[in-house]
Write a protein that binds this ligand. Structure first.
Ligand code: ATP
Length: 373
């Protein structure tokens, strides 16, 4: 018997590792665009899943943004059925009218559709085809926009979204391997024109920056960038856990005139900055500030209410939330009525230039979210 070509073997091993732990009584779905990464992932899943007693299907999302996209999704589905993936389905989504740039809107629509399809089939897990190279790009883009550890941790192997596990089995597999695997298996991947469109920062990093890094620093650089993400992710998880505990300690439950959580300043002040800022970030999210709109400036302004208190006015958070310090407590209320002149000045000061920064600007938008959770 001919030996299994190494790229095919590597991808099957990676998929096997991802599937051994999934519930046997529920299906998994491969999210497949028809590109080399997810095509190789789907082929490997069709081979591995039945051997583990796991039912595996496929979903291809038609964003309706390019001519022929519906036909391509249908072709992927037909191919998937032919190799035994069931259910296999194309799902059309509406991208227009969503907030954010076109990439962010498409991503949001895609993840919603993937999770909704998983719910429909009671699938436990959706498998995504992000590779080691995608991870390295994500780390570089995070560094370039000055992201904190959460951004540098890049994409997690597993993440839960609305009760569905989003799993990335190929984070240790190179893009070259997925391409080679497709070639060996006689699969013709679709080339997404976006991937070569130099209006996108990720496409420029892929086409121009990574080749230079590999040439100058050697081929290990991609693995090393991906390793950085893993190391930072482990530290970030530990800090997040401390912040979870810290939030419970600092929290002042609603009661009396207070309808939402407050925070105790002395408890916050005793925390290391890395934990305190996480607690404040969490508080802002609990209050309803959208994570996408919450920038480090908002958190820094909240932090100043604790560590640089000089009687300053409220901190305005996305979602019309106003956080203030009263005595030894941080309190929050919904913005009501016109803001005072001082509030307006503070808002401008606090958010100065932050719209571009929050979105990552046109140059450094975050294309592989939702990474920052
Ligand atoms: N239209 C889509 N339908 C279903 N899943 C998708 C679609 N687009 C992307 N995905 C999933 O998200 C992963 C990452 O997609 P992205 O386009 O960011 O990266 P990529 O490296 O070009 O991947 P691929 O080669 O699989 O297209 C894909 O591997 C796939 O699992």
């Amino acid at each position: 018997m001919a030996a299994l070509p190494p790229p095919v073997a590597a991808i099957r091993v990676a998929v096997r590792r991802a599937l051994v732990g999934v519930p046997r009584d529920r299906p998994v779905l491969v999210a497949c665009s028809g590109g080399a990464d997810s095509l190789a992932l789907a082929a490997a899943t069709a081979f591995v899943a039945p051997r583990l007693g796991v039912a595996a299907g496929l979903v291809s999302v038609d964003h309706g943004l390019q001519a022929g996209s519906a036909g391509r999704a249908a072709e992927v589905v037909q191919w998937a059925r032919g190799i035994g993936l069931a259910p296999a389905e194309a799902v059309a989504v509406q991208v227009a009218g969503r907030p954010g740039g076109p990439e962010a809107a498409a991503r949001e629509a895609r993840y919603q559709a993937l999770v909704a399809t998983a719910h429909r089939y009671d699938a436990s897990t959706v498998l995504l085809g992000h590779t080691r190279d995608d991870q390295a790009e994500t780390v570089l883009l995070a560094l370039a926009r000055g992201a904190g550890p959460r951004g540098l941790a890049a994409m997690p192997v597993d993440r839960e979204l609305d009760g569905v596990i989003l799993s990335r089995p190929l984070l240790d597999v190179s893009r070259e391997e997925t391409r080679k695997a497709c070639a060996v298996l006689g699969l013709t991947p679709w080339e997404d024109p976006h991937n070569a469109d130099d209006r996108y920062a990720r496409a420029r990093v892929r086409a121009e920056v990574l080749p230079v890094l590999v040439r100058v620093l050697g081929p290990g650089v991609l693995d090393n960038l991906a390793r950085t993400a893993r190391l930072v992710a482990a530290d970030t998880a530990a800090l997040d856990e401390l912040a979870r505990i810290g939030y419970a300690e600092a929290r002042i439950a609603p009661g009396g005139t207070r309808s939402v959580d407050g925070l105790a300043v002395p408890v916050l002040a005793a925390m290391p900055a890395a934990v305190r800022t996480r607690v404040l970030h969490r508080w802002a999210r609990e209050l309803g500030a959208s994570p996408a709109a919450l920038s480090h400036r908002h958190v820094a302004a909240l932090d100043a209410l604790v560590t640089a208190w000089r009687g300053q006015g409220p901190t305005h958070l996305p979602g019309g939330i106003r956080a203030t310090r009263r005595g030894a407590e941080l309190l929050a209320e919904q913005d009501g009525g016109p803001a005072t002149e001082q509030d307006g000045r503070l808002l401008a000061e606090q958010n100065g230039g932050s719209v571009a920064e929050q979105a990552g600007g046109p140059v450094l938008e975050q294309e592989h979210g939702p990474v920052v959770e």
